[in-house]
Design a protein around this ligand. Structure first.
Ligand code: SF4
Ligand code: SF4
Length: 198
């Protein structure tokens, strides 16, 4: 299938966001009153310099440099902002679109490696999981984490819980589904674009 790009650099950023396929039909971006409720409930804003209200302000001001703000990569899509916004805006959704623009324009390749690792893990085990490349870092941050990970099956058995790993048959089914939508190729592309940027 071929896609035709109709990108127009002169277009207002807010229009570009509203027209994006990821934007909900009733996205209230243009109704934002800058009340700051989204920022007050945002966990990412609590612990980092990320500020969803400010991000929306920049979009409404047509400040395209917002696409290059590193802070927007701190959002982890919990949708809390989405659920509290009184005018039906969704900073979470807007964030996803801004990141997609950044990726399309090759501006934030350095953030893609972790995403590729999550994709690879999904392909490997058939469900979401922490990529192996993060194990040692987690072990440093959380005492006993690696021991827990290594002994998880026996711990679960003692608790009368089944194995967490899916059967090979189920993993193969998920893999086939993912391959049918070219998920594996997209993960490879993500990894490749990251290498180019190093
Ligand atoms: S997006 Fe919603 S919650 Fe956030 S500042 Fe705008 S109106 Fe307020
Ligand atoms: S989805 Fe992102 S912007 Fe919204 S509350 Fe969660 S971390 Fe914050």
């Amino acid at each position: 299938m071929k896609f035709i790009s109709v990108d127009n650099d002169e277009e207002e950023l807010s229009c570009k966001v509203m027209k994006n396929i990821k934007a909900s039909k009733d996205l209230g971006l243009l109704r934002c009153v800058q009340c700051g409720m989204c920022t007050s409930v945002c966990p990412a804003a609590k612990f980092t310099d990320y500020n969803p209200r400010y991000m929306i302000e920049k979009v409404l001001e047509n400040d395209k440099s917002v696409v290059e703000y590193e802070e927007i990569w701190n959002c982890f899509y919990c949708y809390t902002c989405h659920s509290v916004c009184g005018v039906g805006n969704s900073p979470c959704e807007v964030n996803q679109i801004l990141r997609q623009i950044a990726v399309d324009e090759g501006k934030e390749d350095k953030f893609l490696k972790p995403l590729a690792s999550y994709g690879e893990t999904f392909l490997d085990i058939g469900i979401g999981g922490i990529p192996k490349s993060f194990f040692m870092e987690l072990h440093k941050d959380i005492e006993g984490w690696l021991d827990l990970k290594e002994n998880l099956d026996s711990i679960r058995e003692k608790l009368d819980l089944g194995p967490i790993k899916m059967s090979e048959k189920s993993i193969d089914e998920v893999k086939n589904l993912l391959k049918n939508i070219d998920f594996d190729k997209r993960v490879k592309k993500l990894k490749k674009s990251h290498k180019k940027s190093q």
